[in-house]
Ligand binder design. Sequence first.
Ligand code: NLE
Ligand code: FE2
Length: 320
Amino acid sequence: NFKDGTKAAAPDTQTVPRHIPQSLEEVDNGQILGFGADLAEDHPGYLDQAYKDRRMAIANIARRHRVGDPIPRLEYTPDELQVWGTVLHELRNLYDDGACAEFLRCLPLFDFSEDVVPQLEDLSQILRRETGWQIRPVAGLLHPRDFLNGLAFQTFHSTQYMRHPSKPNYTPEPDVCHELLGHVPMLADSAFCDMVHSIGVASLCADDSQIWHLTKIYWYTVEFGVVQEGDEMKAFGAGILSSYGEMKHMRTGNAEFLPFDPNAKQPKMSYKDGYQKRYFVLKSFEDGAQQLREYCSKITPPDIMARFLNKATPDYSDQS
Ligand code: NLE
Ligand code: FE2
């Protein structure tokens, strides 16, 4: 066993009873937690029955989706479009100063406009071409094991519903603005993708307590991570990049910045009580990928590491 309590994997003595998913089809996308079905009392849409019905209808698209099928296109209502337009407009003013260089490089690939809510299927095709990643629709916040396992198959589970119009600047849960503005552009950067892929591969063989630790690692990097550029802290975490309020909060320096260490005990995650009190800092995505590959090797046997991490990115260039 390692000092931090993680167990060394022993691939030749059947100590891994769990079935490791062999394909994306084996990763369940139906087990939705928390906000997924019933909105909590502190959710901005709690008392809005029409909002809840609309979400349920959109969630059913994800429930019916099968791996390999195109993601159904959704016609957003004028009210939903307005929320998207507001969020994009406000955030665009903050990106130049607050977003990391990789985000700024990738954002134009998607050609976002305030006049139309982008479709998951179109973005998924761009990602396939850029990094080999893809999007799979999901009804809400997925069970952490399934969500992390998806990353091992270079697949990002994404919601398709819109946040409640009463609070465009911050929502406590994922929504289509968060996925499209926060996650999608970063998934077009291959160094970032390598880092996220390692988290996914680590999750394949993780026991429940390691899944919990990986969930926090994911939270403090992919959701709320910052990267140091010179003497400035720039956002790469999707929870910052998709929230005007969070981005301002991070940039005004009222929070604490600590170096990211995947082996350290990670603080309790918080989202219900507003903005993050601390952000974890990467030196670069290459450095983060290296840290996470080492962490992954403590959990995942070398043959599985090799099978998943060394697999060449599929070449989709000749299909377009
Ligand atoms: N607070 C983020 C936003 O408003 O876009 C969403 C975070 C989801 C974990
Ligand atoms: Fe997210």
